[in-house]
Design a protein around this ligand. Structure first.
Ligand SMILES: [Zn+2]
Length: 436
């Protein structure tokens, strides 16, 4: 039997990511990598859930991981570092990696933070404005997305990320850039490449595939409308009102005014635009959300100079587009991102299997060696959170086609597919584990 070179334990704790990877060396030597630890806001008993996950990480790793990776600043990837603080405190960490987009000393990262700050300000302005209506029928999407960046109790995405940073030794964390040489783990026959996020901030803002790349699965679904960019570029929430302030009347005042009360508030519904124009805020919130996904740190772990384990975090189109052209000099030879994608045997599916997080052309199309795809997802929760079709059925079929006769597509919210257990994939209520 072939020796196990690595095991990937992916937790089944809900809508969120937590992966413990163990690289096997000679004898009992083991190199442990923890990638993310979070669950979506609104998960019942989240603190208890994430504590159980972190306790298992501590137990399985014997209290020490060699490498801790926080892929991006989203609650469903980092919440556990705060929610399970006591268990996390028991985990010894050797190295900490984050994406260059988290580097406070990087100019591009600062530019991005500024864009995000501006967008958040706009959304806060929109939220305040909305309060003036008082009786809006349902919570707009952007408010539920805004909570994504916000707080649950005393833990925020920022504070959870700080908890990760606090584990770093002086001179760390390493802020990973795709142009960095791969990290050699000779003892384990492994090499870790950084594929993304791309250094080009314009690409990070790129959330849409080209219209003409849409073929099999629905790339076009949920594409963002044309007014996102102007929204991102404008600074003031006031500019988003349909009319200038001097032409306007406060909602509360208008209600008291006979003409407006009769004609609009008590009149037929079609005369009011209410908060409809705030659909733009929904688009902006989505864009902001996806831009943050695009800052995902993407790692390719090469085993024995052949097979590649690809961890795509929540990378969106702009991030994916940059991978094939990445290149490194290794032992006098050039290795390209395209090579690594072609040699990918294990793929941690991007963004819980959403529509715009697995590029088809120059993405999945390249992955001819793919054997196993793992989708960390909770379809019911995604529905509740209005995250759309997660996982997207055509993507699941595309992955099944790609892995057919070679392996399996494993979802964390479902039982293993037929034959997977016999093929050595382990599934417990807490996790799935794949050995390669
Ligand atoms: Zn996510």
């Amino acid at each position: 039997m072939k020796k196990t070179r690595a095991t990937i334990r992916t937790y089944r704790h809900g809508l969120g990511d937590c992966h413990l990877i163990t690289l096997r060396g000679k004898g009992k030597a083991a190199y442990r990598i923890l990638i993310d630890c979070g669950v979506i806001l609104g998960t019942p008993d989240a603190k208890a859930v994430m504590t159980r996950v972190m306790d298992d990480v501590v137990k399985e790793s014997k209290g020490k991981v060699d490498l801790l990776v926080a892929t991006h600043e989203h609650w469903d990837h980092v919440s556990g570092f705060g929610q399970a603080a006591e268990s996390f405190a028991r985990l010894q960490v050797d190295k900490v990696w984050m994406a260059w987009t988290e580097d406070p000393d990087d100019e591009g990262a600062r530019e991005l933070a500024q864009s995000k700050g501006q967008a958040l300000k706009l959304l806060q302005g929109a939220a305040l404005h909305l309060q003036g209506f008082g009786d809006v029928q349902q919570t707009p999407l952007f408010l539920s997305l805004a909570e994504f960046f916000g707080a649950a109790g005393r833990v925020t995405t920022k504070s959870a990320l700080e908890a990760v940073r606090a584990k770093a030794l002086p001179g760390e964390p390493r802020y990973c850039r795709p142009e960095d040489p791969p990290v050699e783990l000779a003892k384990y026959g492994a090499r870790i490449y950084v594929l993304g996020p791309p250094r080009d901030v314009a690409l990070l803002k790129r959330l849409n595939p080209k219209a003409n790349t849409d073929e099999g699965y629905d790339h076009a679904l949920g594409l963002f409308n044309a007014d996102i960019k102007p929204l991102l570029e404008q600074g003031e929430a006031d500019n988003q009102a349909p009319f200038a302030a001097m032409d306007g009347l406060a909602i509360a005042d208008a209600r008291k005014h006979g003409f407006f009360a009769q004609t609009y508030f008590d009149g037929p519904e079609w005369r009011r635009i209410d908060a409809d124009w705030m659909l733009a805020a929904d688009s902006l919130a989505l864009a902001l959300d996806n831009m943050t996904n695009n800052t995902s740190l993407v790692l390719a772990i090469e085993l024995g100079g052949e097979d590649v384990l690809l961890f795509a975090a929540d990378a969106q189109v702009g991030n994916w587009m940059s991978w094939p052209a990445c290149h490194w000099e290794v032992g006098g030879k050039t290795v390209t991102g395209e090579d690594l994608m072609r040699r990918t045997t294990f793929y941690k599916v991007g963004h819980h299997g959403s529509h715009n997080a697995t590029l088809k052309e120059r993405g999945l199309e390249l992955m001819d060696s793919l054997q196993t795809a793992v989708i960390p997802v909770d379809q019911e929760m995604a529905k509740t959170k209005k995250w759309g079709a997660m996982p997207l059925a055509p993507l699941v079929s595309a992955l099944q086609k790609k892995t057919a006769s070679k392996g399996f597509v494993v979802r964390t919210d479902r039982d293993l597919p037929p034959g997977a257990n016999e093929a050595g994939i382990v599934s417990t209520p807490e996790y799935v584990e794949i050995s390669v």
